[in-house]
Design a protein around this ligand. Sequence first.
Ligand code: MF3
Ligand code: CO
Length: 249
Amino acid sequence: MIILRDAVEVEKIRTASRYAMEILLHVKEAVKDGIKTKELETLCEEKLNRIGKIRPAFKGYSGYPFCLCVSVNEEVVHGMPGERTLKEGDIVSIDFGVEYDGYFGDCALTCGIGKLSQKTEKLLKVTEESLYKGIHEARAGNRLHDISNAVQSHVEAEGFSVVRDFVGHGIGRSLHEEPQVPNFGEKGTGPRLKKGMVLAIEPMVNMGESDVMIKGNGWTAVTKDRSYSAHFEHTVVLNENGAEILSAL
Ligand code: MF3
Ligand code: CO
């Protein structure tokens, strides 16, 4: 069942989403050559403690042990903070969700360390653009897969591939609710979009093939061909005339 949220609920999801983005941007500021991914987790925890009244949404979710997902280079999603040291030329996807007063917000971004190859720069640009192409189609009256198709079309036109094994999702009283929001699909198909739907739209885009596999830790998805992968995510609410990004400051 896809739940429609009223204005009071949307404000709570907005509060959660804004805190998530505020902390995500704080962590992003610290990304530089020589930093270990576990140091990003520490920064996140410190900021969470300073703010209070919010809870990291991923920690404890199906047993996931960290606040952040930090996925480097060929890691697609669910990378775990640890001893890996970031260096010039790497890209890092950081994913973070918050629970506030029983409601959830979720967001992600990918950034580079120092100088990147032209193709890697393009991967980040196209992935972020594809998120906004998807958001542009997210409005009452459209179909769910209009969003999916907008993401896929842009990514493939630029020579990259969308991940199919992970999808975006409804979000509200839980981190993951119906519907699933794939990053591929046929225009004009899927459930009709309605005012009050809240979605986490999150393209995951690979430089090479779309296939992924799970690492030995049971969580981290990596590209099968070990090509770089990027990830951007916003939580949005649907209105008649378009979507409003709730995870925007
Ligand atoms: N943003 C991701 C998602 O929606 C992160 C979830 S990580 C998990 O799936 F640990 F919570 F699973
Ligand atoms: Co998500």
